[in-house]
Design a protein around this ligand. Structure first.
Ligand code: OAD
Length: 273
């Protein structure tokens, strides 16, 4: 399971880190509150801030991090059951992870729909992108309502794929790795409790998050709720460094470094620019 923290080393800000997080840097939009930029009610009234931000964050402008390639490596080793991400930056797809193994829990820019309640016409990513990059608000050719990328906004339901795969995947999971998320947004945050009661759970994050207030709900890193429940571990710090550390212990470090380097070479990217 992943959140915005696995993409900060690619240069994409997370949401809630004080100072650097997106929600501390939206003053220019004069929003009633930071999350309004991703709220469906606010978007219906004032879509401009979202589209300005979408242009800045638009997929295709960033290189996946070591953390994304660590997940790719897990796939190559046949160990990845599924990757649940809250991120809308598409960097998992860019890193080459099989889309079948990805659940984009908060949607993505991949498809878009008219938000007219009776219309719901589908639009392609290319069509929406053209509008966004021309600084135009995309509107439906049939009903003139707004056209919005299929990103899950506050006030909207998560994609059905999330709920369809969740039950079976989490029942089969034998190690849950959670990286780079504050675990503050539901229902994503609470799915950590859907794995079996003895399945080890590893949190890799800059800070401790998602801790229990009651037995069986959230992480219990210190065994506060008894030794029988003590199956959670926390690695503090940057996810790229932690992934490199684990890859090293597994004898995979060269492969991990090579995966990212060959992606950069194939794309003809010059990271020094
Ligand atoms: P947050 O910004 O809430 O949390 C990111 C977490 O990652 C924080 O705990 C950071 O300390 C940590 N972090 C940052 N950089 C890191 C790094 N390099 N290595 C390890 N940890 C790092 O982001 P999310 O939890 O993803 O929703 O936010 C969840 C949802 O809230 C998002 O999907 C978005 C937002 O509103 C929608 O857009 C619908």
């Amino acid at each position: 399971m992943a959140g915005a923290g696995i993409s900060t080393d690619a240069g994409i800000p997370d949401f809630r880190s004080p100072g650097t997080g997106l929600y501390d840097n939206l003053q220019k939009f004069n929003l009633p509150h930071p999350e309004a930029i991703f709220s469906i009610d606010y978007f219906r009234r004032n879509p401009k801030p979202f589209y300005v931000l979408a242009k800045e964050l638009y997929p295709g402008q960033y290189v996946p991090t070591q953390s994304h390639f660590f997940v790719k490596l897990l796939e190559q080793k046949g160990l990845l059951l599924r990757h649940y991400t809250q991120n809308i930056d598409c960097l998992e797809r860019t890193a080459g992870i099989d889309p079948e193994l990805i659940v984009e829990a908060h949607g993505s820019f991949h498809t878009a729909h008219c938000i007219g309640r009776k219309c719901r016409q589908e639009y392609s990513q290319a069509w929406v992108k053209e509008h966004i990059f021309r600084d135009e608000i995309p509107r439906c050719s049939s009903c003139d309502s707004l056209v919005k990328p299929d990103i899950t906004f506050f006030g909207e339901g998560l994609p059905s794929r999330f709920f369809e795969l969740l039950v079976e995947d989490f029942a089969r999971c034998d190690l849950l790795i959670v990286m780079g998320t504050s675990l503050l947004v539901q229902p994503f945050a609470s799915i950590i409790d859907h794995v079996g009661p003895h399945v080890p759970r590893l949190l890799i994050n800059r800070m401790r998050v998602g801790e229990s207030k009651a037995p069986g709900a959230g992480f219990d890193f210190d065994g506060r709720f008894g030794k029988s429940l003590h199956r959670d571990a926390f690695v503090a710090g940057d996810s790229d460094e932690a992934c490199a550390l684990f890859a090293g212990h597994l004898g995979w470090l060269d492969e991990l470094v090579e995966l990212r380097a060959s992606h950069i070479a194939k794309q003809g990217l010059d990271l020094a620019k």
